[in-house]
Design a protein around this ligand. Structure first.
Ligand code: DGT
Ligand code: CA
Ligand code: CA
Ligand code: ZN
Length: 559
């Protein structure tokens, strides 16, 4: 929901600025929690009263109402005025906290990440109190990460923008192509194709999400949106729709391989069609083009020149797992830990999706900030049993998300774990362990007979935190040997495992669970991004345990 996301982003920014100005930590947390709750609220707050969002009291509601009226609120404007832009830019560097940012700005005049990079490189910050060599090295890494993330966005941000753009433009036909259609986890820019009158370009430039027009032409217009993402809009002839979609979906490498096939037959393939001289062989649909080249239709996520062209020629493409194949979700949270919706509401939302099973996997006690206890988990189990009566056609699994300690052990002993229907185990701390130690840690977790799924295995957060270092071949061998599934965490800033590691794991015979890791009801729909990752790795339903019927799943879980 656009209004919810924007209002939540403003409140989140306000929380950050408020913290930067030394504001009360308790209030900072209450703003952050409210921002999360608003972003995850299933109803549009520009339509319903924002006070119906949990955690939103009168003071926050007033700010949000002002935001909905005019795109900002007074207290936010004040703080934006008080905190120099340079300091705000610096705090976007991962590992750089507000106190250091202010010190760097006030004592050294450093007001940008570039200036910070130069100051570190020139040795100007050597010996400064609080900035040891290790801290400086981490800052250099943080700057690199920020620069990379500035260029690409995760698929969740790109998809919601693409959907917004398409909904805003009247067209006979409109669709996204490029890396977004190939379901890559990060997107450089959004490519949209339309069959429409030329006036669509003027409509496009006038949209409220446009911050800058980069190039304006009759056939192609490129803009940068207020969120910094570039969108290319191309108008294509109706008769060339398929050829244009094929060409602009890419990847470039896939297209090069396809074009060679055409050339071998003495034909020419372009964004306008497949031609023999002037004669059109195929152009209106992608299917016609692949068919004319003697190939099976290649699903966009496979178009990376990773063997799909040869497989399509031999007629041996796998039948990929699809969103409709999912029969349940095996990693979700409730407001018992850090989710924002109640158990009853989450389960109802899972049921509305038509699931055959749904696992509730709140955090376990070793993640201290979640304040989980065994008593609370057992009380929840009672509530699950109650709820189960209401949903005879959906099995509610009572699970937990365990924490993998540095030595590979988890929160509870075997007799407690055995009573859960499903155990996800994840790394939530000690991300910097050496490759050997980290590998042993994962293998030990796989060897725990009660651990069914390794959650978000690399623990990366796109643009924020790199993947942990491990010998993945060794980890996947252990997972295959012990019958432990690897998760494909569909939360778009995680997208974890990434598709290249999924492919590697599959090679070792590992099974996968495509989960939403939902902390709110709208997150449940993120599973489509996880399916995209699975498709990019050529997975079929046989590889994905939560496409299986309940009986087969329960047999795999061994409960
Ligand atoms: P991105 O935006 O970096 O996430 O990745 P793409 O794949 O969306 O790349 P982009 O936006 O530069 O171009 C969109 C598609 O258009 C690309 O996947 C293939 C096609 N394309 C663009 N330029 C060329 C080219 O020079 N040759 C060929 N064969 N295809 C191209
Ligand atoms: Ca693109
Ligand atoms: Ca592009
Ligand atoms: Zn987790």
């Amino acid at each position: 929901m656009r209004a919810n996301e924007e209002a939540a982003a403003a409140l989140q920014e306000y929380a950050e600025l408020f913290a930067l100005c030394g504001g009360d930590a308790f209030r900072v947390r209450s703003y952050q929690k409210a921002a999360k709750a608003i972003a995850g609220f299933p109803e549009d707050i520009s339509v319903v009263d924002v006070r119906s969002v949990p955690g939103v009291g009168e003071a926050i509601a007033k700010k949000m109402e002002e935001f909905l009226r005019r795109g900002s609120f007074r207290q936010l404007d004040d703080l934006r005025g008080r905190v120099p832009e340079g300091v705000r830019r610096l705090t976007r560097v991962p590992t750089l906290g507000p106190k250091t940012a202010i010190m760097l700005f006030e004592d050294f005049g450093i007001d940008s990440t570039e200036a910070l990079g130069e100051a570190i490189a020139s040795g100007r910050l050597d010996g400064v109190k609080g900035l040891g060599p290790k801290t400086l090295a981490n800052l250099v890494k943080g700057i690199e990460q920020l620069e990379q993330s500035g260029r690409r966005v995760h698929i969740g941000a790109a998809m919601s923008l693409a959907e917004q753009v398409m909904a805003s433009l009247p067209a006979e036909r409109i669709a996204y192509a490029g890396s977004l259609r190939r379901m890559k986890d990060t997107i450089g820019d959004i490519d949209i194709l339309a069959v429409a009158p030329e006036s669509i370009m003027a409509d496009f430039r006038a949209q409220p999400y446009v911050a800058e027009v980069i190039a304006a032409g009759a056939k192609k217009t490129s803009i940068r949106t207020t969120s910094g993402i570039q969108v290319d809009l191309r108008v294509v002839p109706a008769g060339s729709w398929g050829a244009a979609m094929q060409y602009f979906t890419g990847s470039k490498e896939h297209n090069v391989a396809i074009r060679e096939m055409a050339v071998k037959k003495g034909w020419k393939l372009s964004e306008y069609g497949l031609f023999e001289g002037d004669r059109v062989i195929a152009a209106a649909s992608e299917e016609d083009i692949y068919d004319a080249l003697g190939m099976r239709y290649v699903p966009p996520p496979m178009r990376e020149d990773g063997g799909e062209v040869q497989a399509a020629l031999r007629g041996e493409l796998p039948v990929l797992v699809e969103p409709g194949d999912l029969k349940g979700d095996l990693h979700t949270h409730t407001d018992l830990t850090d989710g924002i919706a109640s158990l009853a509401d989450m389960v109802a939302a899972g049921h509305a999706l038509g699931y055959a099973y749904y696992a509730v996997t709140d955090h376990a006690p070793d993640l201290a900030m979640q304040r989980m206890t065994l008593d609370k988990a057992l009380e929840q189990r009672g509530q699950v049993a109650e709820l189960q009566r209401k949903y005879p056609d959906m099995r509610i699994l009572h699970g937990t998300e365990l924490n993998i300690a540095p030595d590979g052990s988890v929160d509870w002993p075997g007799e407690i774990l055995a009573a859960f229907d499903v155990c996800v185990a994840s790394v939530h701390s000690h991300f910097g362990m050496s490759r050997d130690e980290m590998t042993r840690r994962f293998i030990a977790a796989c060897e725990n007979p009660y651990v069914d799924i390794i959650g978000h295995p690399t623990t990366r957060k796109i643009g924020k935190r790199p993947a942990v270092d491990a010998d993945w071949d060794a980890v996947f061998r252990a997972a295959a040997r012990t019958g432990t599934a690897m998760e494909i965490d569909s939360f778009p800033d995680r997208s974890d495992l990434p598709s290249d590691l999924v492919r590697l794991a599959r090679h070792h015979g590992v099974k996968f669970s495509i989960d939403s890791d939902s902390h709110a009801i709208p997150h449940l729909r993120n599973q489509r991004f996880g399916v995209g990752i699975a498709q990019r790795a050529w997975l079929t339903t046989d590889d994905v345990i939560n496409t299986w019927p309940l009986d087969r799943l329960l047999a795999f879980l061994g409960r």
